[in-house]
Design a protein around this ligand. Structure first.
Ligand SMILES: O=P(O)(O)OC[C@H]1O[C@H](O)[C@H](O)[C@@H](O)[C@@H]1O
Length: 557
């Protein structure tokens, strides 16, 4: 059958190819035709805030600055070169980035892709924070990145580093030379940073956090780490003209394919790297897609998998679209995408905005992220007044794992393996299981294997894995705002050595636990099944959970 659109578009250094059923889907050609009729490419390229309807207009009016970043961010380049020189002149060759979500994921991808070292701190895990504080402190410069200036994780990192610098015997002016703040004009962080004499780089306030890759949030840490960030802007600029056109527009094709597929019930985007040359792009795309689209009971769930042969990808069902990043062979996915990193940032932002319009949501708000944050704040209040967090009682303890879950979910389970089996049984058809690991991302390196193991055991249903609290700024929005078909595995743990958050009445371990319990409250309030496994002995407990998942997956590695 003849299809009504070009299945493959190459423009501005980027290639997007749609294959298989999606090419024949009337929904995709209809979405492209409707977008052209409504002049979406021209209007989006001109930052028209009316594209998502009247309810979204006021937010969109201050959220479309990313469209112009390939040219507008160029003004930052001299400042970045100067800043790098100053940091080098101070003998600071270890760059730490404290930031969450959009404020850390882009620089992590950029520096990993260009092979430049950057220590990313996007956690409240006490062991992970302690390790960062103890690593080359005398040679460390810290970039504190927060758009709002009020994110609790980032604020805690700033306090911890200020304390560590003081403990290292540095005078206030030497500390000030080591802290660089990236924030929006007028944020509380701008004010306190100026008072402390820190170097402040102001970001474009008309760009939301998850679209901020090509703003100061993406560029400052990357440039300090030694990346030639002009290349990112050049690559994005090469793509920009194509995004204004009705034809040969790779962003329109990608956005229409994703949006139309989601409306048709293929609302999970399983993302695998297939030789893109970009490190960790799926994690950045995840926060963009999940936070932008997962709301009002709708959305696209990004599922980042280990490769094109991973469970969930190779055997994806009718509720999923497979996306191969960098594949030469168009058959490697339902959609294949390739191109340089700077261009891909812009491409996916554009495609997400287009898909959001097709799905019928506002791609620039995140109404449900706040809820878990509020719960965490309340729990920290309880901790202060009552001296402990309301953890509840475990249903049972299996060796070094305490198992929490309601009786209806556990259904008589007496072992961790039984409890996991019960949770898998609670994942609805066309639903998903989200693994949320409140662990040490650089020490508990076995944990991500849970995704593939549980996907093998999940009978074709999709399984995601997220480090916490990082995922709260990504899939966390989708879990609470997207379709109510999720089941949740929360893993928490004792830490090896806790440390206080300076100037606050709680420690990092208590903050991390309050975040876990806060999100647990937000999910269970929606009557979604949630199993919490608490590791009483971190290493032994994790090995136990992995062993159980392996047994459930049929014993395969
Ligand atoms: O940069 P911040 O204001 O600290 O925010 C960090 C993150 O927080 C929230 O999750 C927002 O929804 C994200 O878009 C943002 O990237």
């Amino acid at each position: 059958m003849q299809h009504a659109f070009d299945e493959s578009v190459t423009a501005g250094g980027v290639d997007v190819t749609v294959s298989g059923d999606l090419v024949r889907a009337a929904a995709v050609s209809d979405a492209i035709a409707a977008s052209v009729t409504d002049k979406v490419p021209a209007r989006l390229s001109a930052s028209d805030p009316t594209l998502w309807g009247p309810d979204a207009e006021s937010e969109a009016a201050v959220r479309l600055g990313w469209v112009d970043l390939p040219s507008s961010s160029r003004a930052l380049l001299p400042q970045l070169a100067d800043l790098r020189e100053r940091v080098q002149a101070e003998g600071l060759d270890h760059i730490v980035l404290a930031g969450m979500g959009g404020s850390s994921l882009a620089p992590e991808v950029v520096t990993a892709t260009y092979g430049k070292p950057l220590t990313v701190l996007d956690t409240t895990d006490a062991d992970q924070v302690r390790r960062a504080l103890g690593d080359r402190i005398a040679r460390t410069a810290v970039v504190v990145s927060s758009k709002s200036g009020g994110t609790i994780e980032t604020d805690s990192h700033r306090r911890a580093f200020e304390q560590a610098f003081r403990d290292a015997g540095l005078a206030p002016d030497r500390i000030a030379a080591r802290i660089i703040v990236v924030t929006d004009p007028g944020s509380p962080l701008e004010q306190s940073a100026r008072e402390a004499g820190y170097h402040v780089v102001l970001a474009d306030p008309n760009v939301g956090g998850r679209y901020s890759a090509l703003t100061a949030f993406g560029l400052v840490p990357s440039a300090l780490a030694g990346v030639d960030v002009a290349q990112l802007l050049d690559d994005a600029a090469a793509l920009a003209p194509a995004l204004a056109g009705n034809e040969d527009n790779p962003g329109l094709l990608l956005g229409a394919a994703l949006g139309a597929a989601a409306v048709q019930g293929r609302d999970k985007a399983v993302i695998a790297d297939a030789g893109s040359g970009i490190a960790g792009f799926g994690d950045w795309a995840e926060q963009l897609i999940a936070e932008s689209t997962g709301k009002q009971g709708r959305g696209i769930l990004p599922v980042v998998v280990e490769g094109t042969d991973a469970p969930g990808y190779a055997d994806a069902g009718g509720d999923a679209v497979r996306i191969a990043l960098g594949a030469a062979d168009s058959g490697a996915g339902d959609i294949t995408v390739s191109g340089p990193l700077g261009a891909q940032f812009l491409l996916w932002e554009y495609a997400t905005a287009v898909a959001g319009r097709i799905i019928g949501i506002d791609p620039f708000d995140q109404p449900n992220v706040q809820e878990s944050k509020d719960n965490t704040g309340k729990l920290l209040g309880v901790l202060e007044s009552e001296g402990k967090l309301p953890e509840g009682e475990p249903a049972f303890v299996d060796g070094s794992i305490a198992v929490y879950g309601d009786a209806a979910l556990l259904n008589g389970a007496a072992t961790t393996e039984d409890a996991l089996r019960a949770l898998l049984a609670a994942v609805p058809e066309r639903g998903y299981l989200a693994v949320m690991a409140y662990l040490d991302r650089f020490a508990d390196t076995g944990a991500p294997e849970l995704r593939a193991l549980l996907a093998r055991a999940a009978g074709g249903r999709q399984v995601t894995f997220g480090w916490a609290p990082r995922f709260l700024h990504s899939t966390g929005q989708f879990h609470k705002g997207g379709p109510a078909v999720g089941a949740f595995l929360q893993i928490t743990s004792e830490v090896t050595g806790d440390l206080p958050v300076p100037g606050r009445p709680y420690s990092f371990a208590q903050l991390q636990r309050a975040q876990a319990l806060g999100d647990l409250g937000a999910i269970t309030a929606r009557n979604r099944p949630l199993l919490r496994l608490h590791l009483l002995e971190p290493a032994e407990g994790l090995a136990g959970v992995l062993g159980d998942a392996r047994a459930l997956s049929g014993g395969a590695a």
